[in-house]
Ligand binder design. Structure first.
Ligand SMILES: NC(=O)c1ccc[n+]([C@@H]2O[C@H](COP(=O)([O-])OP(=O)(O)OC[C@H]3O[C@@H](n4cnc5c(N)ncnc54)[C@H](O)[C@@H]3O)[C@@H](O)[C@H]2O)c1
Ligand SMILES: O=P(O)(O)OC[C@H](O)CO
Length: 807
């Protein structure tokens, strides 16, 4: 078949497709009526027209679709004639898909409301920046029961300037559900009827089936998955990677570099999805057409790649090239790169996405295209965080739920939920289970996973044996932990609750003291305006220029190194004495060059970090002017007062060897009654309610605070190999932390509610733990203050110096 005839033929006329007309179970669908589904296409660009060729044929293959497909066409005059006239009379979109016939049942309509008003299925296929403009007139004019489908690859702008998935934007603008279709689908190849695949992301099975019927054909194979967000995010992000591929082509780099770009791009896409759209994300979605396949297609054949190549080769602006090369079609990649860049900058996540960062900077001419590889080298290694091991997941969640149960039981004590015997039973059950996890299960598996990951020992039986030995060493060290502290209770057996808890208490209370001391100082420091300094845009630009200059120097030095090495290789082949002498002096200058390069790289790294700090400070300053910023500033003052009081009380307690015996609430009530003349009729009632609120606040903030810290820590150090061990270590820390919190919190509940807690925790030296907490808190708060003071001073000095030199 000739190319011409293939172009003009309908995309799917196979008998198999025709046979489907009587098949679907949903033939008389909506509410049991025989009303037919009307399909409308909103958009008629390159892709919109290609897909109209398939839709026009497919609606004829099923009885339950209306045969007419309305297509909204943004009216344009082409060679003195309306584009809608071309489509309705000649059945060809001469501007966006020249040379391909559209089915006659596809009717071009220049008014978007007319096109969409009675449709049951609305297919959106326009460049993403036009979405609000096209959707706004449709509000309230379309069927409320209509379903939407977005074929648009890009992100929309949310109400607060953040970005939003286009399907969600459509949903918000039109109050309809919106699914997505993305895949390795270059419009002209689809129009040529060449085999390809695509992915529909749709959560509702019935809508998924209807949508599949509208698109599926022998040469356009549709797979429906429920993971809508991942499908859509893939479609948007692959355009950024396509720009990087285009830059590499423009620079004349080979296929290996392009493969590296595809691989790194895919990693950043997965990382992005996991970080911002993690709920329900399935890794398998990346293996569908919308993932890997689209990435490959776009990096070899797409418009974004083509224009980016020309951008490097010609030096013209992207806008100019878009106009010159695409004849009205629109690029998505560089806009998406900009949107993603600002979002990542806001979330302080830029370092984790060097490819996305480089693309935006190259497009906006902040960087030269030659710097792309430098950025690719910054790609974080081996950051596959996902903990796949079911046992590890189970151990972590068991520890977390036991921790929460302990806090729940404290609240039950205050509120007197259940009778005392049941509460006592549950306390015992939870504490014993927790100690069993912390002493036997988790430490054993930490050792086991560390040893098997290290791959030093190959045979599984030896791995187990060494794990048992390392576990016994842990047990010995754990028992010995108690020796330096006055917690010995020799009358109890080695594995009694008192012996185990007293040791866990030492570790846990130390941890709580350290974190509380750090948090109490760091929180006011980071949230109060008085500790923020001004960073001028000029200063940032200066740093950026320095950075670019450094990158250029590194590249030129690396070139020289490569040349010198090549020369050295050539000279070493001539074995004369002079050759050897020359070689020697050459190797000296080569070494010099290498050490210069190393020093420059280190300097550049420092500059990069400084730049990140500056940007963060600039954002914090802006944030501090917002309502939220003002609120946090006020809270910062409250915390400072708390910090000072806490430090004074700690010093007083340590110096006077004092431990309060009364809980905070009763003490405060006593003071209120005694000194302020407060009239409290029912102290027990009030102390119960206030304790309940106080304990609730402590519980929520400590769980939240610890989980946030643990997550940050996990992200900072985790890798695919170590993630199991790290999650288990975090579970161990979390368990110890929360058991010790109960131990300390006991003092915050009035005496009458402490009885069962005290009975269950056993004969512990409670007073020691409170004193120990005071000591560690004081140390931690002092060290943090000193550290922050020194870094604040040095920042202010650098700022002053820079300001003088900038002016
Ligand atoms: N072209 C492809 O190969 C392809 C393949 C898959 C997905 N996509 C995606 O589909 C979406 C649409 O791409 P396309 O290729 O159909 O479009 P296109 O690049 O051909 O863009 C031109 C379209 O924009 C319309 N337009 C111009 N000015 C407008 C305005 N002011 N208001 C409203 N509409 C206006 C034009 O009428 C035309 O329909 C994009 O998100 C793209 O990434 C494209
Ligand atoms: O031509 P591009 O770069 O817009 O890419 C087209 C399609 O998205 C490829 O699937």
């Amino acid at each position: 078949m000739s190319r011409k005839s293939s172009r003009e033929s309908s995309p799917n006329t196979s008998p198999r497709a025709a046979r489907r007309s009587s098949s679907p179970s949903s033939s008389n669908m909506k509410n049991g009526t025989t009303q037919k589904y009307k399909v409308a296409i909103i958009g008629s660009g390159n892709w919109g027209s290609a897909i109209a060729r398939i839709i026009g044929v497919n609606v004829n293959n099923f009885d339950h679709f209306d045969k007419t497909v309305k297509m909204y066409v943004y009216e344009e005059i082409v060679d003195g004639r309306k584009l809608t006239d071309y489509i309705n009379e000649d059945h060809e979109n001469v501007k966006y898909l020249k040379g391909y016939k559209l089915p006659e049942n596809v009717v071009a309509i220049p008014d978007v409301v007319d096109a969409a008003k009675d449709a049951d299925v609305l297919i959106f296929v326009i460049p993403h920046k036009f979405v609000p403009g096209v959707c706004k007139p449709l509000k309230g004019k379309i069927k409320p029961s209509a379903i939407g489908l977005s074929l648009i690859k890009g992100f929309g702008e949310g109400p607060d300037g953040s970005f939003i998935l286009i399907s969600n934007q459509i949903k918000e603008l039109l109050s309809i559900n919106c699914s997505v279709l993305m895949g390795a689908n270059l419009a002209t190849e689809v129009a040529d009827n060449k085999f390809c695949e695509t992915t529909i992301g749709c959560q509702d099975k019935r809508s998924g089936l209807i949508l599949k019927q509208i698109f599926h054909s022998d040469n356009f194979r549709v797979t429906v998955v429920p993971d809508r967000c991942t499908v859509e995010v893939c479609g948007a992000l692959k355009n950024i990677v396509a720009c990087a591929a285009g830059f590499a082509d423009g620079l004349g780099y080979g296929d290996n570099t392009k493969s590296a770009i595809i691989r790194i791009g895919l990693k950043e896409m997965i990382r992005f999805c996991r970080a911002f759209f993690g709920d329900g994300m399935q890794l398998t979605t990346f293996f569908e057409s919308c993932g890997v396949a689209d990435l490959i297609t776009t990096c070899f054949g797409g418009r974004n790649r083509r224009v980016s190549e020309a951008f490097v080769k010609t030096g013209k602006s992207l806008e100019q090239l878009e106009a010159e090369m695409l004849a009205g079609q629109k690029l998505q990649g560089y806009q998406t790169a900009q949107e993603v860049y600002y979002m990542l900058e806001k979330k302080k996540q830029l370092e984790r996405y060097p490819l996305f960062t480089a693309v935006h900077k190259i497009c906006s001419r902040q960087l030269q295209a030659t710097s792309l590889v430098e950025y690719l080298r910054l790609e974080p290694d081996d950051m596959d965080y996902e903990v796949q091991h079911t046992l590890v997941q189970l151990m972590f969640s068991t520890t977390l739920s036991l921790s929460c149960s302990m806090f729940e039981l404290i609240i039950f004590e205050i509120l007197s939920v259940f009778d005392a015997n049941s509460r006592y039973f549950y306390w015992k059950l939870v504490i014993y289970s927790m100690l069993f996890m912390l002493i036997f299960i988790i430490p054993f598996y930490i050792g086991y996973f560390t040893i098997s990951n290290s791959q030093l020992i190959e045979r599984p039986i030896y791995v187990k044996l060494v794990s048992i030995v390392s576990y016994l060493i842990f047990l010995y060290i754990f028992i010995k932990t108690g020796d330096p502290f006055p917690i010995a209770t020799p009358k109890y057996g080695l594995f009694s609750i008192e012996q185990v808890l007293s040791r866990i208490g030492v570790i846990g209370v130390t941890l709580i003291g350290l974190l509380s001391g750090f948090g109490a100082v760091n929180y006011p420091y980071t949230s109060m305006k008085m500790f923020m300094h001004d960073v001028s845009q000029q200063h940032i630009q200066q740093l950026e220029r320095k950075l670019i200059h450094n990158y250029d120097m590194i590249i030129s030095k690396k070139k020289k190194i490569a040349q010198a090495e090549q020369q050295a290789r050539l000279q070493s082949s001539s074995a004369s004495i002079w050759g050897l002498i020359k070689n020697l002096s050459g190797s000296n200058s080569l070494n010099q060059l290498k050490s210069d390069c190393k020093a420059l790289e280190e300097l550049t790294r420092q500059l990069f970090l400084e730049l990140v700090d500056m940007r963060q400070m600039q954002q914090r300053k802006v944030w501090s002017q917002t309502w939220k910023g003002q609120y946090f500033n006020a809270i910062g003052y409250v915390f400072s007062v708390y910090l000072v009081c806490k430090i004074v009380i700690c010093i007083f307690n340590i110096v006077c060897n004092r431990v309060g015996k009364t809980d905070t609430v009763t003490k405060s009530l006593e003071i209120a009654v005694k000194y302020i003349g407060f009239e409290v009729d029912d102290v027990q009632f009030w102390s119960q309610h206030i304790s309940f609120i106080l304990v609730g606040i402590i519980v929520v903030t400590s769980i939240r605070g610890l989980l946030i810290t643990l997550t940050k820590f996990f992200y900072a150090i985790s890798s695919s190999k170590s993630s199991n061990v790290i999650v288990l270590a975090l579970a161990q820390i979390m368990g110890m932390y929360f058991v010790s919190s109960v131990l300390l919190m006991r003092m915050n509940v009035p005496l009458e509610y402490r009885t069962i807690i005290t009975q269950v925790l056993g004969d512990l030296k409670f007073q020691f733990y409170h004193k120990w907490f005071d000591v560690i808190f004081l140390l931690s708060a002092t060290m943090t203050t000193l550290f922050l003071w020194v870094s604040h001073k040095s920042n202010t000095l650098v700022d002053g110096y820079d300001k003088e030199h900038t002016n």
